[in-house]
Structures are given as structure tokens and as C-alpha cells.
Design a protein around this ligand. Structure first.
Ligand code: NAP
Length: 479
């Protein structure tokens, strides 16, 4: 941890907070202090935005190839330092080292993808339908951006925004989650090392998210806000963006259904369920939240999933062989624990797990529940923990209606061998993403994002860079 920066990163310099405040970053495995990090206030936010604004014109005018090659260098260095970054992610967030290394690979891939996209930004030249004028369009960077990121993927939720912003020629201020600011500070150091000019990226760890973000959004020079986090905070930020009509991208909460039809390959569905449920200990917006399984196959699916989940090794993320780390804090364990005990009170049966761990650290065991009533609270809210509640259905229409019966619309999953059904699901499920016979939808080359209360905007894919570009249209007479 000694090598991880603990200060604010503003205008290419490491600075203390103006009032000298610091806060403690804790290890969720035992509550011990990992670092004392500078705690930004509104004055620091103003300095960070000044730096981003000052750097914008020159940065937006750099050659796309230059920005692309800088991202490529960042991809290579991040890949080379995968283990170092994985240690920091695992320590501050709790996930096992292998998962943390997976996050580094995934997070770095956004830099590689957008290094390739930087040189493909283009406008068009067309004739007006009446032939009397030429219609030209050009793309330009939106301008200084604010990124607010959550604790569950301390690196990748940042690189998904930073990659396309750099490629498009935008400058930025990043406010990482207070529970996991160290990874982002380390990333700022790496980007500086590969030559990102001062002021293009500024990082503000803070315990005053509300006031700091409000102060930044109250400034008309800020042109874009991209937020990943809960739907509740997302709604607050969308309202705040109205005053200065900032562009917004919202990657919010999810309540992913995982459908298993009677014709599914059940062992494959169990493999997929392990990924969709247990990636990041269930602390992911894409996490399978509700298992909807055909009544004919539910017993076998539950038994096989229970066996696999029950065999996982729970412990400190940095220990050998650990597959499930601690949850982020005590409140997370309380919330998961209450959802499980309420479901059991409502009639659910425990296949495995179900009892919170004693002792230090915020641990909760992998848990499978069968016969969960459709109306149980656990089916309505984000569980954000290693719990798989299984509810049964008998017809496809019933399964689709149950899957769509949520305010959220981020990821969804289905296991079936029927092609016609697959196409019906793609048309009828109200989600931004659908995995068919796979438990993993995240891919930097694909447009990640949701509908309904899961937000709007897309990260990754060809769509990702559009979030950071404005269109200018030029009219010219023909001839
Ligand atoms: P959160 O409480 O909404 O926090 C997210 C970020 O917002 C943190 O940096 C937080 O700062 C900040 N924040 C909190 N209150 C704020 C306010 N009033 N104004 C401005 N910023 C504020 O969410 P979380 O618990 O960290 O993350 C879990 C949530 O994120 C889940 O709902 C999950 O589904 C969602 N998520 C979505 C995606 C996606 O791509 N759709 C990906 C990952 C996670 P502090 O740390 O100081 O509270």
C-alpha cells in the first residue's frame, strides 16, 4: 500500500485538501485501516474543474492518433501491472485476487477498445433530399466531464468512462466511491506516467459526495455528467443536471432475471448461474438477482446450484484459494441477511447457506433459496450479495411477465435450446442486455446499459464514444 498515492490529483499535481482533511480507507475483511486519503471539499472541486476547463481546448485539439496511442500505452502498462492493481482492488473492495485480476483485464480492455475508436470519429457529407443544399456534420468533444463511480468495480467503472472521454478529447474530474478511492488514484498515476497532459484527468476522493458533486454541477463550464451507482442517487443527479442542462449518462441499479426453461442444458445453466450470480460476490449491477426456473427442472437445478455454491471457499480476498470475499460493509451484510430471513418467513426453503457468519469482517455465505414466492421482497430489490432466490414458472408467457415485473431493466439471462423462443425473448424482455446461454454479458466491445430505472446511455461498443461527442451541422448551398 505504501506505493499508492493518498492525495488529490489536480492539474497534474498531487495535493492535500485545502483544509488538510483526511479520511480512512478500510479493509472490509477486518476493518483495519489501509490508508489515510485526502478528503476533497468544495474548494478542491473548484480547483479540479478549473484545471479541466483550462486543459480542454488544447486537449480537444490534439490529433486523434495521439490520444489513441496514449490509451494504447495505458492499456499495455495496466496489463503489465495487473497484479499490483489487483492487490489494491482486492484490499480496498474485498474481492478475491483472481476476480480483481479479472477486473484489471476487463478495465484495461476499455483503453484498448477506445484507443482503436479514437481515430474512427467522423461526420458525414450528404445532399439534402431536394438537392438544393449540402448537409455536413462534424463531431466535437462535449467538453469537461464529471464522473461519479461506485465501489464495486473500483477500476473498470472508471475506465469505461475515462477511455472514451480521452478518445473523444474531453477533460474530466473523477469522484471515486469513498470506500474504494485508492485504485483510481493509482490509475491517475499510471495515466500521468504514459503522458496524459496535466488537467485532462483530475481525481477527487471525498467523504462529501453530495456537496462536492453539487458544486461541480452548479458550474456552467461542466458539460457532461456520467454516473454509475444506485438509481436513487442517479435521480438526484438527473434533477441537478437540469439547471445547466448538462448531458447525462446514467448506469444505475439492476434486478436481473435468470430464466431457465424446461429445454435448457441444465449443467450449462448451473455453470452460467455461478458466473451471473457469484461474479463479484453478487455485488454487481448485472448480477442474476432472481432465478425463474421451469417447475419441471427447478428441483434438479436448485440441488446442483446449491452444491456448487455451498462448496465455495469464503475468506479474505488475498488468501490462497478464496473464492468469495467479504461484502463491502456491515450494512450490506444486514441488508442481505434480512432479505433472506424475510424470504424464509414467506415460505422459501434454504438449499445452502442462509446463516450470517460470526466474527470479524463483513462475510455472508453463498446461499440458495428454493420456492421463493414471486411477491417476496428479495425478488423486488437488488440483493447485492451471494444469494440465489429461485421461483418457479410453468409457461413462457408467465416467465416473461415475471421477468419484466420490475422497475429495473439492465441485464437479463435465459437458458433455452429453442431458437424461436430465443428470438421472442429478445423482442419481449424489457432489458438493455440479454445473455442467451451465457452468464456474462459485459464486454468492452458491446454497448452496456439499461432501460427504465436502470438508466440511459451506453458504455463500450461503438455507442460508448458517442456519449462524449456533440454533433455540429453545417448547411451549404449546392452548386
Ligand atoms: P451509490 O450509493 O449510488 O454511490 C455511487 C457513487 O455516488 C459513489 O461515488 C457515491 O459516493 C456517490 N454519491 C452518493 N450520494 C451522492 C450524492 N448525493 N451526490 C453525488 N454523488 C453521490 O451506489 P453504490 O452503493 O456505491 O453502488 C452500488 C449501486 O451501483 C448499485 O445500485 C448497482 O447496481 C449500481 N451499479 C450500476 C452499474 C451499471 O453499470 N449500471 C455498475 C455498477 C454498479 P460515496 O462513496 O461517498 O457514497
Amino acid at each position: 500500500m505504501e506505493s499508492v498515492p493518498e492525495l488529490l490529483f489536480i492539474a497534474g499535481e498531487w495535493r492535500d485538501a485545502k483544509d488538510g482533511a483526511r479520511f480512512t480507507v478500510e479493509d472490509p475483511a477486518d476493518g483495519s485501516a489501509l490508508a489515510e486519503v485526502a478528503d476533497a471539499g468544495e474548494g478542491d472541486a473548484a480547483a479540479a474543474l478549473d484545471a479541466a476547463v483550462a486543459a480542454q481546448a488544447a486537449w480537444g485539439a490534439t490529433a486523434p492518433r495521439e490520444r489513441g496511442e496514449l490509451l494504447r500505452s495505458a492499456f499495455e502498462l495496466l496489463t503489465e501491472r495487473r497484479d499490483e492493481f489487483a492487490q489494491v482492488i482486492s484490499l480496498e473492495m474485498g474481492k478475491p485476487l483472481a476476480e480483481a485480476a479479472g477486473e484489471v483485464t476487463y478495465g484495461a480492455e476499455f483503453f484498448r477498445w477506445f484507443s482503436e475508436e479514437a481515430v474512427r470519429v467522423h461526420g458525414r457529407w450528404m445532399s439534402a433530399p431536394d438537392g438544393k443544399s449540402r448537409l455536413l456534420t462534424a463531431k466535437r468533444p462535449v467538453g469537461p466531464c464529471l464522473f461519479v463511480t461506485p465501489w464495486n468495480f473500483p477500476l473498470a467503472m472508471g475506465t469505461r468512462k475515462i477511455g472514451p472521454a480521452i478518445a473523444a478529447g474531453c477533460t474530466m474530474v473523477v469522484k471515486p466511491a469513498q470506500q474504494t478511492p485508492l485504485t483510481m488514484l493509482k490509475l491517475a498515476e499510471l495515466l500521468s506516467e504514459v503522458g496524459l497532459p496535466a488537467g485532462v484527468l483530475n481525481v477527487l476522493p471525498t467523504t462529501s459526495a453530495g456537496p462536492v458533486v453539487s458544486a461541480l454541477m452548479a458550474d456552467v463550464r461542466l458539460r457532461k455528467v456520467s454516473f454509475t451507482g444506485s438509481t436513487g442517487v442517479g435521480k438526484v443527479l438527473v434533477k441537478q443536471s437540469a439547471d445547466n442542462l448538462q448531458r447525462v449518462s446514467m448506469e444505475l441499479g439492476g434486478n436481473a432475471p435468470f430464466l431457465v426453461f424446461e429445454d435448457a442444458d441444465i449443467p450449462a445453466a448451473v455453470d452460467g448461474a455461478m458466473v451471473a450470480k457469484m461474479r463479484n460476490m453478487g455485488e454487481a449491477c448485472t448480477s442474476a438477482n432472481r432465478f425463474l426456473v421451469h417447475a419441471d427442472v427447478a428441483g434438479g437445478f436448485a440441488a446442483a446450484l446449491g452444491e456448487r455454491m455451498g462448496a465455495l471457499r469464503v475468506g479474505r480476498g488475498q488468501d490462497d484459494g478464496v473464492q468469495v470475499g467479504p461484502l463491502i460493509d456491515a450494512a450490506a451484510v444486514d441488508s442481505v441477511s434480512k432479505l433472506v430471513s424475510d424470504a424464509v418467513d414467506d415460505g422459501a426453503r434454504v438449499v445452502t447457506g442462509g446463516e450470517r457468519a460470526e466474527g470479524k469482517g463483513h462475510f455472508y455465505p453463498p446461499t440458495v433459496l428454493l420456492d421463493v414466492p414471486p411477491t417476496a421482497e428479495i425478488n423486488a430489490v437488488e440483493v447485492f450479495g451471494p444469494v440465489a432466490p429461485i421461483t418457479t414458472f410453468t409457461t413462457e408467457d408467465e416467465a416473461i411477465a415475471a421477468a419484466n415485473d420490475t422497475e429495473y431493466g439492465l441485464a437479463s439471462y435465459a437458458y433455452t435450446r429453442d431458437l424461436a423462443r430465443t428470438l421472442r425473448l429478445a423482442e419481449k424482455l424489457e432489458f438493455g442486455m440479454l445473455g442467451i446461454n451465457t452468464g456474462l454479458v459485459s464486454n468492452p466491445a458491446a454497448p452496456f446499459g439499461g432501460v427504465k430505472a436502470s438508466g440511459f446511455g451506453r458504455e463500450g461498443g461503438f455507442e460508448g464514444i458517442e456519449e462524449y461527442l456533440d454533433t455540429t451541422y453545417v448547411a451549404l448551398p449546392a452548386g
